[in-house]
Design a protein around this ligand. Sequence first.
Ligand code: NAP
Length: 300
Amino acid sequence: MKQAQPVIEQLTVLGVGLIGGSLARALKQAGAVRRVCGWGRNQATLDQALELEVLDAASIDLAEAVQGAEVVVIATPVGAMGEMFTRLAKVLDATSIITDVGSVKGSVVEAARQSLGPAFARFVPGHPIAGTEKSGVEASFAELFQHRRLILTPVEETDARAVALVQRLWEAAGSEVIRLTPDDHDAILAATSHLPHVLAYALVELLGGTEEKRRMFSFAAGGFHDFTRIASSDPLMWRDICVANQKELALAVRQYRDALNEVLQAIEKSDTAWLMDMFARAKLARDTLLPADARFSSPE
Ligand code: NAP
């Protein structure tokens, strides 16, 4: 995957954690970027990223960090992105392209539209469908995006050349790039990612809520581990996603509650035919529709 010429000279990553750090690593490994600069709130995080050679340079001064960047990627939690757009609008170079990796797109696009002014045309919203339940730059790795999908959600105003450049970078990182509208993205991810995370948290909370119930954890088998692995994800990240994708997630939770009510009725009535049919349909759907390697990372 080594490239003869870098795609860009300088990338600046705002928020050098699992995703920002992994993108920096992937692009450096692919030879797609000559220099990666980082910005963060904490000098200690930046020092760690420099030590791990994820970054070539770093600054806690935003203006300094974005200077000379052809592409600036915002990789902070979704709840911090509004403030990042406001601050960026004041310091961004006139030609820099901005992109993000946030797990929700509609509210992020609206925040960018409100704050970026003319630079909004150079904002290319993105979301890698790749991740793990770990956080921080120490958990980052170059292969995270390989053979994973990356969703871009450009809008009418988005500059086509900016979209093409961001697409080239993600392809260099090993991703398959697809495009959706922000609304389609948020509806799909609410059902396939945000709902499962909320369910995993709720199940662990249900069983972990009291001392007596906590004893049950020692009896947990593979199913419980599989189902709840993602409840080890960062609580702040998921708090932000629930707020940012409130409408679609609330709809998905209501639909799931209705589905559970049907299961409850079948159990209470010992309706074996209904249970058998439903389980068989669900097994067939999972066995035939889910990509075989989806277990290796949690689509966020
Ligand atoms: P992470 O590992 O916790 O990294 C987040 C980074 O943002 C850290 O460098 C953190 O550094 C910084 N940060 C946190 N709060 C901030 C704030 N208020 N202002 C400025 N910087 C802040 O999280 P991540 O998993 O990489 O997630 C980053 C983004 O990627 C999120 O928007 C998430 O929705 C999206 N995403 C995550 C996954 C996943 O599986 N994790 C997958 C796809 C997309 P300091 O705390 O040192 O400031």
